[in-house]
Design a protein around this ligand. Structure first.
Ligand code: NAI
Length: 332
């Protein structure tokens, strides 16, 4: 059984090799790591593999899926939760086994969300640089108490719930919005509709999946509904935000600050070192000019616990593909 990894990084190798060594049938499994993202051009690398293992920015459209099928691939193992990069009907038509890792560590993303909020709010990133330069001035580092603030959680699934619990611990009033509300949210706060949530929240944190119905959920129509000066946080998927509209809202001061771990056009930037390159994404570069914008490169999931769990669940999914049976994580 050969598995071709796309978009693989040194940490993928470390945690997948570690997990492989504890598989009872390890000697019958070969892991082949490719750095390249999966695309029409790179799909050929899967020739001879039984399965591909892919991440958030690999392209799994109908053309790529057809090519993979031609090359003999029969299983798609997503080493992530979201699958907006997959053409699901095409995968079904071609009879692929598709499984994901629906919940490896909601806390990893929730804790990163809070790290971003407090970095942006208390300016610890600027303080760190200043103090190392011997500059102990506090000018420009003024923040606000989280205690007593209202936080709107859009999407009260696993990560939204974990995030809501932490905000609750800070003494915030928590509001939730979700078309399929979870009963677990009730002890944390009230469920409201989106306009109500946007109007009442000092911080809006996005935790819903990217789908046609949620693309640009935050855009020209919804930004004016937000409390003036509020903070917007997106650790879910870049496409939830209309970046151009958000830039206008930052310029007009309607939006007070922005923290994003994900970006609409991230696939050409994130997970690689571009420090010696000229970045020709002008929208991204405009974002970088704002002192009240904080961007991290899709690292919400990036904890030891989460990577161990991702590898373990992916091997469980592989086992179901090989031996049949419902793995509970099937997508197609
Ligand atoms: P989940 O499936 O447990 O929860 C998603 C929730 O969003 C569900 O309750 C669903 O009903 C709700 N929802 C659907 N449409 C909505 C809408 N229009 N408005 C509000 N809520 C809506 O998913 P989970 O595990 O909480 O993950 C959420 C998202 O986080 C994933 O879709 C993924 O995009 C992102 N993610 C980001 C990571 C990172 O490293 N930054 C890592 C893992 C996931």
């Amino acid at each position: 059984m050969k598995i071709a990894f796309f978009g693989s990084q040194p940490y993928d190798r470390r945690f997948f090799d570690e997990a492989l060594s504890s598989q009872p049938d390890a000697s019958s499994i070969e892991l082949v790591y490719h750095n390249a993202l999966l695309s029409q051009e790179t799909a050929i690398l899967a020739l001879g593999a039984n399965a591909v293992c892919v991440f958030v920015n690999d392209v799994l459209d109908a053309t790529v899926l057809a090519a993979l099928h031609d090359y003999g691939v029969r299983a798609i193992l997503l080493r992530c939760a979201g699958y907006n990069n997959l053409d699901l009907p095409a995968a079904r038509r071609l009879g692929f086994f598709v499984a994901r890792v629906p919940a490896y560590s909601p806390e990893a993303v929730a804790e990163h969300t809070l790290a971003m909020v407090q970095t942006l709010n208390r300016h610890t990133h600027r303080a760190y640089a200043r103090v190392r330069e011997g500059n102990f001035s506090l000018d420009g580092l003024l923040g606000f108490n989280l205690h007593g603030k209202t936080v709107g959680i859009v999407g009260t699934g696993k990560i939204g719930l974990a995030t809501a619990r932490i905000f609750k611990g800070f003494g915030c009033t928590v509001l939730g919005h979700d078309p399929y509300p979870s009963t677990h949210f009730a002890p944390l706060g009230a469920m409201v509709d989106l306009p109500q949530l946007l109007a009442a929240s000092d911080i809006v944190s996005l935790h819903c999946p990217l789908m046609d119905s949620t693309r640009h959920l935050i855009g020209p129509a919804t930004l004016p509904q937000m409390k003036r000066g509020a903070m917007l946080v997106n650790t879910s998927r870049g496409g939830l935000i209309d970046t151009g509209a958000v830039i206008e809202a930052l310029k007009s001061r309607q939006l007070g600050s922005l923290a994003i771990d994900v970006y609409e056009q991230e696939s050409s930037l994130f997970f690689h070192d571009h420090s010696s390159d000229i970045i020709d994404d002008d929208v991204f570069q405009r974002l970088m000019t704002f002192p009240n914008v904080l961007v991290t490169g899709h690292q919400g999931f990036f904890t030891i616990e989460a990577l161990r769990e991702i590898a373990a669940i992916t091997f469980h999914n592989l086992d179901c593909f090989r031996h049949g049976g419902d793995c509970g994580n099937s997508v197609a």
